[in-house]
Design a binder for this molecule. Structure first.
Ligand SMILES: Nc1ncnc2c1ncn2[C@@H]1O[C@H](COP(=O)(O)OS(=O)(=O)O)[C@@H](OP(=O)(O)O)[C@H]1O
Length: 395
């Protein structure tokens, strides 16, 4: 009996102790978690990580909307300035950017949502912090304008020249989004774009876009109002330039004449050889014209870009609805290089020319081979003049 009472007392005391312990554990874990959350919240408030997270939940910023409107105005300006047919189509697509095309519309929203991480690294430079202090919000946007080609026609020169303009910012290297990295998505693409502020144009150049079959449709789906810049050059000189570049990377490269023709004679041109194939510009242009009106395309003469860069850059600025800021005073002719060079560029404030991979010496090519190639290209060139409405007068 005594033992029984003793056991009962013991178990109720153990129960009481266990209860007290539970209360203590719950209290401490609550206090600890509360401290932890308060500390995380303080850290987020202090750090830019908050800036990074917040826009992911926001659909659209006022700033972005303004930029969009601004771009539309620019599009309309350019449409009005440009020549050729299709102006109506262009105006329609510009003004309907946000409503008309479902596919495009959803993509365009991605463009304008500010999902950028804080301005760190290269573009987190003090100049951007200064802009932010002034109430401007630099952010990355999908390109409004693309230099789509043509390879070896002067695309790098065009980009270096036009980016002297304070309202043009470009991706430094070729991004190859529409031909190689399309599956990575527009978010990835936009991350490769530079920071811009309201009113600035975002530009990218990848010369292989012009000849890659899927690209016109993909660009169209990104933004039907995209402006397209195309540098073209006599296809024979272009083919030799293309060959010279390939030969510079390969020691045992066959001679140009052996590669450009089938069976060693000059009778049959090898149209499967890349450097020859790319020069049939009309064929590729037709694909682009299925998606874009001529008024959204600007053709730049590669030859004239060398002889008179200010003239061609003037046309580009007009086309983009920009004030003519880049003029002859920015260029000088470097006799050693044999090309126009810049007094200063976006990256450097001293006179300099394009790198040594631009403006290479071409090997001597048999004049009969050149004559045969000219004959081969003539009908395609004529077709190209007809499509563009411009006679480039290639020999
Ligand atoms: N200012 C200036 N300086 C140097 N080179 C100039 C310039 N303007 C046009 N060019 C011509 O540009 C040709 C190279 O074309 P791309 O830049 O389109 O080449 S690439 O496709 O990006 O590889 C390059 O071709 P090559 O002469 O065969 O090297 C040049 O003829």
């Amino acid at each position: 009996m005594l033992i029984n009472i003793w056991f009962n007392n013991l178990s109720s005391r153990a129960l009481a102790i266990a209860l007290v312990l539970c209360v203590v554990v719950v209290y401490f874990s609550y206090s600890f978690n509360a401290c932890l959350f308060a500390s995380i919240s303080r850290t987020l408030q202090k750090s830019n990580l908050r800036n990074f997270l917040a826009p992911l939940t926001v659909t659209r910023t006022d700033n972005a909307t303004t930029t969009n409107n601004n771009n539309n105005n620019r599009n309309n300006n350019a449409s009005n300035n440009s020549r050729g047919s299709g102006n109506n189509t262009s105006t329609t697509s510009s003004s309907n950017n946000n409503t008309h095309n479902t596919n495009f519309s959803s993509n365009y929203n991605i463009n304008n949502i500010s999902v950028d991480s804080p301005l760190t690294g290269h573009d987190g430079a003090p100049k951007y912090q200064l802009l932010r202090q002034q109430g401007l919000r630099p952010s990355r946007h999908l390109p409004d304008t693309l230099i789509i080609g043509v390879k070896k026609s002067g695309t790098r020169a065009l980009l270096e020249f036009i980016r002297l303009h304070p309202d043009v910012r470009s991706a430094g290297s070729e991004v190859h989004f529409f031909d190689r990295h399309y599956q990575r998505g527009l978010r990835w693409y936009r991350h490769h774009m530079p920071y811009t502020i309201e009113g600035q144009i975002t530009m990218e150049k990848t010369p292989s876009y012009f000849v890659t079959k899927e690209v016109p449709q993909r660009v169209y789906h990104m933004n039907t109002a995209t402006k397209l810049l195309i540098v073209v050059r006599d296809p024979v000189t272009r083919a030799i330039s293309d060959y010279t570049q390939a030969a510079s990377k390969k020691t045992d490269m066959k001679r140009f004449e052996e590669l450009a023709f089938v069976n060693g004679s000059y009778s049959v041109v090898d149209t499967n050889w890349g450097p020859i194939k790319i020069g049939v510009y009309a064929r590729y242009l037709e694909r682009w014209l299925l998606y874009f009106p001529l008024s959204q395309l600007l053709f730049i003469s590669g030859e004239r870009l060398i002889i008179d860069p200010a003239y061609e850059i003037g046309r580009v600025q007009d086309f983009l609805g920009l004030k003519r800021v880049v003029t002859e005073k920015h260029f000088y002719f470097n006799a050693t290089k044999g090309f126009p060079c810049l007094f200063k560029s976006e990256a450097r404030s001293t006179p300099h020319c394009l790198g040594k991979t631009k403006g290479r010496n071409h090997p001597h090519i048999d004049t009969n081979a050149i004559e045969r190639l000219r004959e081969f290209y003539r009908p395609f060139n004529n077709k190209f003049y007809q499509l563009t409405g411009i006679n480039f007068a290639w020999p």
